[in-house]
Write a protein that binds this ligand. Structure first.
Ligand SMILES: [Zn+2]
Length: 241
């Protein structure tokens, strides 16, 4: 499918206009940052697209407001006593200086960060980030296998990405799934929901009725999981580490 994109500025909003081979215009606001995307049939006149966006301004404002009201994590300094999340559970960070390699260990109520003396805040953040990545890498293959069987699809590959505006993505032609590293902080059911969503894209490219039908069939409570995911605090500063 041929797609092209352009940016449309309406009022104070920046809208990504995606032209593709579809029949109707479709507007969506995506968590966590409230990215606005308007999908339009390839040949629709730009003025028609612009007027459509203007007619939906009220709807856009309402949705953006919802995202703005979503709680944000406070900035982390990766020091002792701070709260950090793993699989939806809150842990207190313990920081222990030692001579050996930097590492992270999970205890019952603590995440223990073993670091060398003089480890900077950025280095601590990096160690934590790599730990989240490692944990997610161990956890996800099982989920993909489980849901591939249920949905009846096969993916070729999956990976973890830092994505600013999306929890997941699916490259349908390559059958590759991308997951947002931030998911490691969220409850397992939320990770599972994103895995299911991306795998369902192997059956249906667009978020249309057919897509929703598949979701309802394979994961009847997906809306609850989605709402839980989007109600949780999002990382400070664009997933900032
Ligand atoms: Zn999708």
């Amino acid at each position: 499918m041929n797609t092209s994109s352009e940016i449309l500025n309406i009022s104070t909003f920046e809208i990504d206009v995606i032209r593709k081979d579809i029949k109707n215009m479709h507007l969506a606001v995506y968590p966590p940052t409230g990215r606005i995307r308007l999908s339009a049939p390839a040949r629709t006149d730009s003025e028609v697209v612009r007027l459509f966006a203007i007619s939906k301004l009220g709807w856009i404002k309402k949705h953006i407001k919802n995202f703005k009201e979503q709680p944000r994590e406070t900035k982390r300094s990766f020091s002792k006593g701070e709260s950090h999340y793993y699989l939806g559970k809150r842990y207190l960070l313990d920081v222990i200086e030692h001579e050996k390699r930097n590492s992270v260990k999970l205890a019952s109520s603590k995440i223990i960060l073993y670091i060398q003396k003089d480890c900077t805040e950025e280095q601590r953040a990096h160690i934590m980030k790599e730990w989240y990545r490692k944990e997610l890498k161990e956890l996800v293959p099982e989920l993909i296998l489980k849901w591939e069987k249920i949905i009846g699809v096969t993916s070729n590959d999956w990976g973890i990405k830092h994505m600013r505006t999306k929890w997941g993505a699916c490259n349908i032609d390559e059958k590759r799934i991308w997951l947002n590293l931030e998911l490691a902080k969220k409850p397992l059911i939320c990770i599972e929901y994103i895995v299911v969503h991306e795998l369902v894209h192997l059956l249906e490219r667009n978020h249309n009725e057919k897509f929703v039908k598949h979701m309802d069939q394979f994961m009847p409570k997906w809306r609850l999981h989605r709402d839980l995911l989007n109600s949780l605090p999002v990382a400070h500063n664009d997933w900032g580490y």
